[in-house]
Ligand binder design. Structure first.
Ligand SMILES: [Zn+2]
Length: 872
């Protein structure tokens, strides 16, 4: 009897399960509206709980946590495939890994894997959080594939594992949805978010995929570099509202020459299928070969350099979720490749204008997603074969074609940056080694401990791309005609940006290959701390500043050397940091040591020629207008333990700047935005799409406060366009008088641009005045990241003013990496200047010393600026 009861319970349970499978919650029931409805958006948390519910209700969906966003929200992949594939994910993952990384599979093993393998398609949605539609469409995609009974789609799911990251930027998604809902129904519905839609970097989150500074990006990168090795990947975006409705690949020129032709061909196959499927479905305005180029590796599509068929799509936007009406006369061509808004080979069915709604974008997303999954299914076998072929070919190339290795000597000017570079390459899935014995190559001796990166690796295109100097592939629209300009910057070489010496080796060496020890785990040069008591952090190492700032943050006393100090064979430069142990703060002391990854100095000598150093009170100026350069600066400061207060320009008026701050810092921004909150172009002001409450700048009163801050001994640091705030006649308002003055410099860049200087964002050499405190710890020249503006010329100072040229553009060999034309016009001009007026000091940089947290060679110019002696 008991047994019959048990069976009965089992039977009921099984029937229950089966019933549940047919009972997958539709999105409209869960969210209370159909995703894509005008003016309706759900938050990230809602989306994740819906997908988790589908995971429970359907055996075609499985959620896996992959990391956290910078603000601590959990991130996931939703795997969508047939129940069998979902059960087999681990075995399929192993096949992916072998196909991606094993160049030595025999024919039988390879055929077996191609037979059993599935195409994994990674989709990352709405990384630019204001581009809301792809993430909103995610719920519909998941529900459609969880419930479909269409035999064709079921076959796709047998062949393909769709890996959907429902939001690439969860923090930004919630900021955007909350702000949109706040303004809903008001006159300012659809207003732009008055800050970056990310903890730090906003839209530049898609410029971070070489340097991987942001946690959400590392979580995504790991999917194709270390954990799942998908064969295809799509990144889903939105673009402007008045041109094509949808971009699909192929891309426009220029293209990256390190990427194999086959990857481009397959990107084209996916794009052509999308264009065909969408157009045949009646979706007008699909365009290819348009606007977006494929030269620059800073986006999620960096995976292309790792043999992934990676691409993006871009849909025309609405005002967040508010529909727009586009007059036919407002439609226009834009960007490269589409010169007229007309039926063309790369836009065969132009959209004619009219209403454009969130629901339209969602529909385009659904059709394009189906097409991608279908393409992967149709070509399953070829795509899997291709993946292993790419691996074999790249390893083969690395064995037979120079360069064969990059060698990074362990002795570097800044060994901390060597450590960071090695760990970054490991994060990218690259294999690195240390030399176990001395090896001579091309007349140069390499020593045990030197780091070797062989090119005979599956990810060879990536290694080459980030280790070599960039030479821009110049292409023209017609022979001898206009240059096809790059979409973004043109330099990203990791060694050059860090001032780390790296040798490209064009000779193959058996001895070297037999003397390699793989670098496993975290790479560090820290040796057992010395028994002597006083810690010396050498000024030539960026990480010394991090440790010193960390020590200050934890309340330890920090000093700087007034003179160079010789200890045995080591010399510590002027400005090196000294941290003395404190019995009451042993735990904090240990925290500082634990973060150090290079070899600092130790000394028993306690009577050192040093002076105490204190962190200044820093005001960091950030505008309301998606101020990414300020965001990157916040990121850099947080990661280097530098405390700061964010100041918006309109707050200057009511802030006691001189009482509350020692240093005010202006990241790159236009003068008109800083002064008025409005963009200026050709003498006209432009308002943009911000709520009027935030369209404000310093105005006259704020700028007066700023001048008074300087007059009372404040330090002002400004780079890029912000430096021009201080050009021309300035005024200090005192109690009963006014003083007019002109700092001894001017910006030459408008004239230079007119005479042909063009730098789209490149690494340019500067020579440094090494006897100034601003250059403590630096070599005689470095590469700085510049767009060719501003460029300074100083003049002989008058009255209570002074100036020093800290960095000079040399007359020859300016360009270190990237593209420039007319750069010789910058020769013998000033790249960085220090000025004094009364007690106030100004440091102006003609480059961004922290550009996207990727210009480590210049960081010290910023850190030393923060620590300038105020009593000068
Ligand atoms: Zn985007």
């Amino acid at each position: 009897m008991k047994r019959i009861l048990l069976l009965l319970i089992l039977a009921v349970a099984i029937t229950g399960l089966a019933a549940q499978e047919g009972n997958v919650t539709p999105p409209a029931d869960f969210f209370g509206f159909k995703p894509g409805t005008d003016r309706k958006l759900f938050t990230y948390e809602k989306l994740v709980s819906y997908l988790q519910q589908l995971d429970a209700e359907s055996d075609r969906i499985k959620m896996e946590k992959i990391g956290e966003s910078p603000m601590g929200k959990p991130m996931y992949i939703a795997f969508i495939s047939s129940p069998e594939n979902i059960r087999n994910l681990e075995a399929l993952r192993e096949i992916n890994r072998e196909l991606a990384l094993n160049p030595a599979l025999d024919q039988e093993a390879l055929e077996g894997m191609v037979d059993r393998g599935r195409v994994f398609v990674l989709a990352t949605l709405s990384m630019h959080a204001s581009e809301v539609a792809p993430a909103q469409a995610a719920a519909l995609v998941a529900h459609e594939f969880a419930t479909t009974t269409d035999p064709e789609k079921l076959e796709w799911l047998d062949h393909v594992v769709y890996m959907m990251v429902p939001s690439h930027n969860p923090d930004g998604m919630d900021m955007i949805v909350e702000y949109y809902n706040k303004n809903l129904g008001t006159p300012y519905e659809g207003a732009s978010l008055p800050r970056v839609y990310h903890k730090y970097v906003g839209h530049d989150n898609n410029r971070d995929f070489i340097i991987l500074t942001q946690e959400d990006n590392r979580a995504i990168s790991r999917i194709y570099s270390q954990t799942w090795f998908p064969q295809a990947m799509v990144e889903k975006h939105q673009m402007g509202s008045t041109s094509a409705r949808y971009f699909v690949p192929p891309y426009h020129d220029p293209i990256a020459e390190n990427i194999p032709a086959a990857i481009f061909q397959w990107i084209g196959v996916f794009g052509q299928h999308m264009a065909t499927d969408m157009t045949l479905d009646g979706l007008a305005g699909v365009s290819q070969h348009y606007s977006f180029d494929n030269y620059w590796p800073g986006s999620t599509e960096t995976c292309q350099w790792k043999n992934v068929i990676g691409f993006l799509t871009e849909a025309a936007s609405v005002q967040t979720a508010t529909p727009i009406y586009v007059e036919p006369t407002e439609l226009r061509a834009g960007g490269k490749g589409l010169s007229e808004y007309k039926k063309s080979t790369n836009m065969l069915l132009p959209w004619e204008g009219g209403w454009w709604r969130l629901g339209d974008i969602v529909e385009y997303e659904l059709v394009s997603t189906r097409s991608i999954i279908k393409t992967a299914s149709l070509h399953r076998q070829e795509i899997l074969e291709l993946r292993n072929r790419m691996c074999r070919e790249q390893v083969e190339l690395g064995r037979n074609e120079a360069p064969f290795y990059y060698i990074l000597p362990v002795t570097q000017h800044d060994p901390g940056e060597l450590v960071n570079l090695v760990n970054l390459m490991k994060e990218h899935g690259v294999e690195l080694f240390t030399l176990t014995q001395q090896v001579e190559l091309g007349g140069r001796l390499y020593r045990p401990g030197d780091v070797v990166i062989p090119l005979a690796q599956s990810f060879r295109p990536f290694i080459k791309e980030v280790m070599e100097k960039q030479e821009f592939p110049e292409r023209h629209y017609t022979p001898g005609g206009t240059l096809v300009e790059p979409y973004d910057i043109t330099s990203w070489s990791l060694p050059l940006h860090r001032n780390v010496i790296s040798h490209e080796i064009d000779i193959r060496s058996k001895v070297l290959e037999e003397s390699l020890d793989p670098i496993k785990g975290d790479y560090s040069l820290l040796q057992e701390p010395g028994s002597e008591q006083v810690l010396i952090l050498p000024v030539n190492v960026n990480e010394s500043y991090r440790a010193a700032f960390h020590a200050m943050e934890l309340g330890l006393k920090v000093e700087r050397l007034r003179q160079p100090l010789k200890e045995g064979n080591t010399e510590y430069g002027r400005g090196s940091f000294v941290v003395r142990p404190d019995n009451r703060k042993q735990e904090q002391w240990q925290q500082v040591i634990d973060e150090i990854s290079f070899n600092p100095g130790w000394t028993g000598e306690t009577a050192l020629d040093s002076e105490p150093v204190q962190m200044p009170r820093i005001g960091l100026v950030e505008t309301y207008f998606h101020d990414m350069d300020a965001g990157w600066t916040r990121y850099l400061f947080d990661s280097y333990h530098i405390p700061f207060t964010v100041l918006h320009p309109d707050q200057f008026k009511e802030t006691d700047l001189a009482g509350e701050f020692d240093v005010l810092l202006f990241p790159d921004n236009s003068k008109s935005v800083l002064m008025t909150g409005k963009q200026q172009s050709g003498g006209e002001y432009y308002l943009g799409s911000y709520h009027p409450d935030v369209v404000k700048g310093m105005e006259k009163e704020g700028f007066e406060k700023l001048m008074s801050f300087s007059d009372q001994g404040g330090i002002i640091l400004a780079w890029g366009r912000s430096a021009t705030l201080f050009e021309g006649v300035l005024k200090i308002k005192k109690k009963d008088s006014e003083e007019e003055f002109q700092l001894p410099f001017r910006d030459l860049s408008p004239d230079l641009a007119k005479s042909g200087l063009y730098i789209p964002g490149s690494l340019v050499r500067i020579d440094l005045a090494t006897d100034h405190p601003l250059t403590d710890g630096m070599t005689g020249h470095i590469g700085v990241f510049t767009r060719g503006r501003p460029v300074f010329r100083t003049s002989v100072p008058l009255f209570d003013m002074d100036r020093r040229v800290i960095g000079t553009y040399p007359e020859k060999d300016l360009l270190m990496s990237g593209y420039a034309s007319g750069e010789e016009k910058m020769g013998n001009t000033a790249a960085m200047i220090w000025m004094r007026k009364g007690k106030g000091q100004f440091v102006l940089y003609g480059f961004n010393p922290q550009f996207r947290a990727s210009t480590q060679a210049a960081y010290k110019l910023l850190f030393n600026g923060l620590l300038l002696d105020r009593s000068l």
